[in-house]
Ligand binder design. Structure first.
Ligand code: UDP
Ligand code: MG
Length: 140
C-alpha cells in the first residue's frame, strides 16, 4: 500500500473536553504517524473556506460556527493507506452509526459535534494539508 498523507482536525468539542491525547493515541495506535501538528483557533471566514464544499448544505452555518467556536488541533498524518486508515479510526459521521472502538463511537456527542475531521480522498488531502501547513512544517 502506498504511503499517503492526510489532514486530521480535532474539533472544538473534543479540545474542550481534553480529548486531544486520547484521540492522538488512537491515531498513533492505528499506525498513523503525526508528522505535523498545531493548535489553532479558526476564524469564521477560515471555517467557511475550509468547508466550502458543503456551502449549499443546510448544516453549513451551524458547522462553520461550531468550527470557529474554540480551538482545533490540526495534524498531518502519514502512513500506508493513511487516508482510508484515518477514516476507519474516526468512524462514521453519525456517532450512532460509528463502529465500536472508533473515535466517534467512543467520544462524539452528535452528528455535528463529532470530534474529528479527516480528508476523504487524495485530492481532498492535497487541498486540505496546505490550508494549515507549509511544506517546511511537515517533518516525518
Ligand atoms: N455534519 C452535520 N450534519 C450532517 C452532516 C454533517 O452537522 O447531517 C457536519 C459534521 O460535523 C461532519 C461535517 O459536517 O463531520 C462534514 O460532513 P461530511 O459529510 O464531510 O462528514 P465527515 O467527512 O466529517 O465524516
Ligand atoms: Mg467530509
Amino acid at each position: 500500500m502506498a504511503t499517503e498523507r492526510t489532514l486530521s482536525l480535532i474539533k472544538p468539542d473534543a479540545t474542550a473536553r481534553n480529548l486531544v491525547g486520547a484521540i492522538c493515541a488512537k491515531l498513533e495506535g492505528a499506525g498513523l504517524r503525526i508528522v505535523a501538528q498545531k493548535r489553532v483557533r479558526m476564524t469564521l471566514a477560515q471555517a467557511q473556506a475550509f468547508y466550502a464544499v458543503h456551502a449549499q448544505r443546510p448544516f453549513y452555518p451551524e458547522l462553520t460556527e461550531f468550527m470557529a467556536s474554540g480551538p482545533v488541533v490540526a495534524m498531518v498524518l502519514e502512513g500506508a493507506g493513511a487516508i482510508a486508515k484515518n477514516r476507519e479510526v474516526m468512524g462514521a459521521t453519525d456517532p450512532a452509526e460509528a463502529a465500536p472502538g472508533t473515535i466517534r463511537a467512543e467520544h462524539a456527542a452528535s452528528i455535528g459535534e463529532n470530534c474529528v475531521h479527516g480528508s476523504d480522498g487524495p485530492e481532498t488531502a492535497a487541498q486540505e494539508i496546505p490550508f494549515f501547513f507549509a511544506q517546511t512544517d511537515i517533518v516525518g
